[in-house]
Design a protein around this ligand. Structure first.
Ligand SMILES: *Cc1c(COP(=O)(O)O)cnc(C)c1O
Length: 427
């Protein structure tokens, strides 16, 4: 059975052959690997080829694929029933755990994806403040709901344009899109329409335009402006939550958002999302309040079991120290190999996530990351794949390390990178 054959077949019954667009390898070209199984730091495709995996299901696989304790928890839960449409104690335990781990969250509601979490958090912010406008930042991704699929317009306060066909201009007319790390722009927006801004939603460390960290003072400034103008600050920690550090970016910075969205790691590979925050805000949600939100599979018992076990494992002593050290070593080794071959390259990491950039400096904005040499990335990507290393198939995505990535695996990665950078240098 060949990846190419399945991909061909897939395109008959599934648009583009994939159930999420980036999987189709469109930006790097070639054939996506159809995965048969995964274990620890490795995945295997249907042809039986083994790869070191730095995609980690786009973040959830933080304890490594098919962790025996997580698998056991899922199996045990499944035996007792897959879904009830009625509350379970497991949901309460997961909610309590999230509230205990992230002090900004006093109450939390579980959903089934990050998209649902952010969409619901924004509705809640609008409902709680009785305001219409939201601020988001160029290059930050908050799922695929209508009002968030926006790209910047030409002027600062020209409201965004839909970045997807099928989204009417009117649907995004209340979404203001600003440059990441540009606090002046946020100040100006608040000066002009501050009394109608319901919330600012931000990836506190951006992981959807490759990895981009906030500049000193950026998040603090957002916190101040939101407080000053009565807007809510939403940290979208769907990617960074329990990935950038044990308490997400809010733990690393000490900044307290009003609302937080989570997904990815908290489901341990199963579909789970969550949004939570200040109790007085969360009380606006139905059945307590007037903001409607619901879900047939919300708090699904099997997903909750996977999430709970994953959170338990990553709260064991030394987990993040080891994960961060591994990721930092990875980034350092890749930079050394690039330098050896004279390839223009930079890299960065935080906790268990990293960014690699084919440009000389680590970028700080969407415009800067766009200046990366995508041709060089594509050559590097395919050379790494040929050497058995599976990276995210785009120059504009972050990478992920798990607790199972050990020294031996890093050494194999560096050997692969040595050959891959040589190919880039020979372009
Ligand atoms: C992945 C992601 C989402 C969307 O989550 P889905 O589960 O894919 O819907 C939202 N926000 C951020 C920051 C993400 O990384």
């Amino acid at each position: 059975m060949k990846n190419q054959d399945i991909f061909q077949r897939a395109q008959e019954s599934i648009p583009g052959g994939v159930n999420s667009p980036v999987r189709a390898f469109k930006s790097v070209g070639g054939t996506p690997r159809f995965i048969a199984k995964a274990n620890g730091a490795y995945i295997w495709d249907v042809e039986g080829t083994q790869y070191i995996d730095y995609l980690g299901s786009w973040g959830p696989a933080i304890v490594g694929h098919s962790h025996p304790e997580v698998v056991k928890a899922v199996q045990d839960a499944a035996v007792n029933g897959l879904s009830f449409g009625a509350p379970t104690e497991g949901e309460v335990i997961l909610a309590e755990k999230i509230c205990a781990l992230l002090p900004s969250i006093e109450q939390v509601r579980l959903v089934s994806s990050g998209t649902e979490a952010t969409m619901s958090a924004i509705r809640l912010a609008r409902g709680a403040t009785n305001r219409r406008k939201i601020i988001k930042f160029e290059g930050c991704y908050h799922g695929h709901s209508d009002s968030l699929l926006v790209k910047a317009g030409s002027g600062l306060l020209t409201f965004g344009n839909p970045s997807s066909s099928g989204v009417p201009q009117e649907f995004v007319s209340h979404t203001i899109v600003l440059e990441y790390n540009n606090l002046d722009a946020v100040q100006q927006a608040f000066n002009e329409v501050g009394n109608d801004i319901a919330c600012v939603i931000v990836e506190p460390i951006a992981g959807n335009m490759n990895l981009i960290k906030p500049k000193a003072g950026f998040l603090e400034g957002l916190r101040e402006l939101c407080t000053q103008h009565g807007a809510l600050l939403i940290f979208d920690e769907v990617m960074t939550g329990f990935r950038a550090g044990p308490k997400g970016v809010q733990g690393l910075t000490g900044i307290k958002p009003d609302l937080t969205t989570l997904a990815k790691v908290i489901g341990g590979g199963m579909p789970v999302g969550a949004f939570g925050g200040r109790k007085d805000i969360m009380q606006h949600i139905a059945p307590m309040g007037a903001v409607y939100q619901a879900g047939t599979l919300s708090g699904n018992p099997v997903s909750v079991a996977a999430g709970l076990k994953t959170l338990e494992i990553l709260n064991r002593p030394g987990f993040y120290e080891q994960l961060s050290a591994t990721t930092a070593t990875l980034v350092k080794g890749l930079k050394e190999k690039a330098a050896k071959h004279g390839v223009t390259f930079s890299a960065d990491s935080v906790g268990g996530m990293f960014g690699i950039y084919f440009r000389s400096e680590v970028p700080t904005t969407f415009a800067e990351v766009q200046e990366s040499d995508t041709k060089a990335f594509n050559v590097f990507f395919h050379a790494m794949l040929d050497e058995g290393v599976h990276l995210a198939p785009s120059a504009f995505e972050a990478g992920f390390v798990s607790a199972c990535h050990n020294e031996e695996i890093l050494t194999k990665t560096f050997d692969a990178a040595d050959k891959a950078f040589a190919k880039v240098a020979a372009m």
